[in-house]
Design a protein around this ligand. Sequence first.
Ligand code: SIN
Ligand code: MN
Length: 215
Amino acid sequence: MGTIAASREWEAPAMVETVVLNGVRVLRGWLDAPAQARLVDRLRALARVAPFVTQVTPGGRPMSVRMTAAGRLGWVSDRSGYHYAARHPSGAAWPPIPAQVMEIWNEVTGLARAPDCCLVNWYGEGARMGLHQDRDEADFSWPVLSVSLGDEALFRVGGVDAPRPSRSLWLRSGDVALLEGPARLAWHGVDRIRFGSSSLLPGGGRINLTLRVVE
Ligand code: SIN
Ligand code: MN
């Protein structure tokens, strides 16, 4: 069983503004500009080994967000449903989770347990992600941590029992969001991005990382 948020020693640095949205905690600007740029370089290298792919929903509709992953397991969606898989659709093993990403997980969660999966989502112009719950994992007492890079995204958070009513906020590059404790199963999604609002990614777009303990 995982150690839940309440039992870990964690305190955001005084300089980090924290916004709570229906129990989901957003740590504003957790990564500064140089750290964001370093991470983007690393993710570029990662995407050369494990390219972004367009996945389809179980109903056969292509997702607007393109995805890849790092870690022991990656999250995939196809006509057979949503599931974790040990291999990229190309058949290759997923690359390891970058050390910088592991540091963010360690610093923010304070957990000894490492995540199994770092899902990497790429939002181009017009991409969005419908409201959903992250519930393909075995143990919901582990948190889900997300990192935003690049263009701003309108992040919507509903309840645990129902997607509405919901509240929203614009996630900015460098922000970290935590779905943990009672909000671990909160409905959430991205309504839209402000394409070109950040200069981090030449040509615009947004990258989101989600770190999860899967099994
Ligand atoms: C997700 O729920 O997988 C992504 C959330 C985000 O892009 O901020
Ligand atoms: Mn999610």
